[in-house]
Ligand binder design. Structure first.
Ligand code: NAD
Ligand SMILES: O=C(O)C(=O)C[C@@H](O)[C@H](O)[C@H](O)COP(=O)(O)O
Ligand code: ZN
Length: 385
């Protein structure tokens, strides 16, 4: 489908009229890949046409849940576009986003004689996408891959921008590579099978996008709450397109995180520590929400945003059933874990705060005491000034 990019709907009415959206993502000013937002998988054959895969093999990588729900349908569709479709399935869950699973996938690809021009297809959430992208970045020194994100989080965030990787010894995303997908194709109606908890996780990254880059979008997330929670198609299209727009802008400016891409890490410094300390029993999006509450609190304490704005940010997260506090952790452990993370830069924590609602900035001047107080805040401790 050589469809040119379409307008990104600014309102629900515009989204209802548009019905679908196509965006392109550039790298170094040149076209890199398309993002399709569609109501089904029908246009996928047209979307893959420009990738010249007729003489090639594809391997669908899915987790146990997405394989069961959409594997057969996708295989059937892709069979018509290439010579052979293989399938690699691993058990769902963050605990499997590891080098062991990547190793099993390499073995599968070698057995199936995948060569440098064959491609992988990630069918699933951020776990599948990050892992498949990393395998694609490293197998035979790099092969192509397609993202078919099936969670809200992966549609609005992880499928775009080419950050790929796996966890290592429970350290989040410790091993990885930047490797751009050749295509991102999302069927928004797969969100109908997504459990509510996972839908909320996507809202964590969506609210993050509003906070760091687009206050108007953030405000509408509040206004359109009913339609979004009902998973009204136009509301989903408006919301997913709006988030993809924020993410695209940031990754086009700074594909390898030398500067503003770090904004996307808002809420992730404390968030990743909570994720690790809770042994991955909380989902990524939930930990990001807790981390956003901590970073918004710090921004308020530095008098960058008002108390009312800090409260409104927390309320929006709560409205979408996300946690803003964590139980059962010691604030000191959060600080210690943060300092073991890869966000350290010459001994300083790289932290993202809000200059105002809708604009972030990166700072390296967060001292342990401030980090500890923010950790105590999200642990629900009373803080006496
Ligand atoms: N690369 C990036 O830029 C980036 C950005 C954000 C998050 N991430 C990573 O993404 C991961 C989190 O991704 P996630 O929240 O999508 O989690 P996930 O991939 O674990 O998916 C959550 C659960 O939903 C199930 N699922 C997926 N699609 C479904 C559907 N349509 N219907 C029913 N069930 C479905 C999955 O099987 C899984 O059990 C984390 O590892 C995080 O670090 C990466
Ligand atoms: O795309 C990015 O850049 C992001 O930081 C998006 C984040 O939501 C995502 O969780 C990412 O995987 C975090 O990256 P990390 O490098 O901090 O592990
Ligand atoms: Zn994230």
């Amino acid at each position: 489908m050589n469809r040119v990019k379409t307008e990104i709907p600014a309102t629900l009415e515009e989204a209802a009229q548009a019905g679908r959206v196509c965006m392109d993502v550039k790298k170094d000013g040149q076209f890199c890949y398309h993002i399709y937002l569609e109501p089904d998988f029908a246009k996928l054959p047209e979307a893959v046409e420009p990738l010249n895969i007729k003489e090639r093999k594809l391997c669908i990588v899915a987790d146990s849940t997405t394989a069961e729900l959409y594997g057969a349908e996708l295989k059937e569709i892709l069979k018509e576009t290439c010579t052979y479709v293989s399938m690699f399935v691993f058990p769902a869950g963050e605990v499997n986003k590891t080098l062991n699973t990547v190793r099993d996938l390499y073995e599968h690809l070698i057995l199936e004689k995948f060569d440098r021009k064959d491609m992988l297809v990630a069918l699933g959430g951020g776990v599948v996408g990050d892992l498949t992208g990393f395998a694609a970045a490293t197998y035979l020194r790099g092969i192509g891959f397609i993202q078919i994100p099936t969670t809200l989080l992966s549609q609005v965030d992880s499928s775009i921008g080419g950050k790929t990787g796996v966890d290592f010894d429970a350290y989040k995303n410790m091993v990885g590579a930047f490797h751009m997908p050749r295509l991102v194709y999302m069927n928004l109606n797969v969100l109908k099978t997504l459990p509510d908890r996972q839908f909320s996780c996507g809202m964590g990254e969506i609210i993050k996008h509003g906070l760091i880059q687009d206050s108007d979008y953030l405000e509408k997330l509040s206004t359109y709450q009913r339609e979004i929670r009902e998973k009204n198609y136009a509301a989903l299209l408006w919301m997913v397109a709006g988030s993809c727009k924020v993410k695209r802008h940031v990754v086009e400016e700074d594909p390898t995180e030398q500067g503003i891409r770090a904004w996307l890490n808002f809420g992730h410094t404390i968030g990743h520590s909570v994720e690790k300390l809770k042994d991955f029993t909380l989902c990524h999006g939930e930990c990001v929400a807790i981390g956003c509450a901590a970073a918004a609190w710090m921004s308020w304490k530095r008098e960058l945003i008002s108390e009312k704005e800090k409260e409104a940010a927390e309320q929006l997260l709560l409205d979408y059933q996300l946690p803003v506090r964590v139980k059962g952790l010691k604030p000191e452990d959060i600080v210690k874990t943060t300092k073991l993370d890869k966000k350290m830069d010459a001994g300083k924590v790289k932290f993202v705060l809000l200059k105002k609602i809708g604009e972030a900035f990166v700072t390296r001047d967060v001292e342990d005491e401030e980090l500890l107080r923010a950790s105590r805040y999200v642990c629900g401790e009373e803080i006496h000034e």
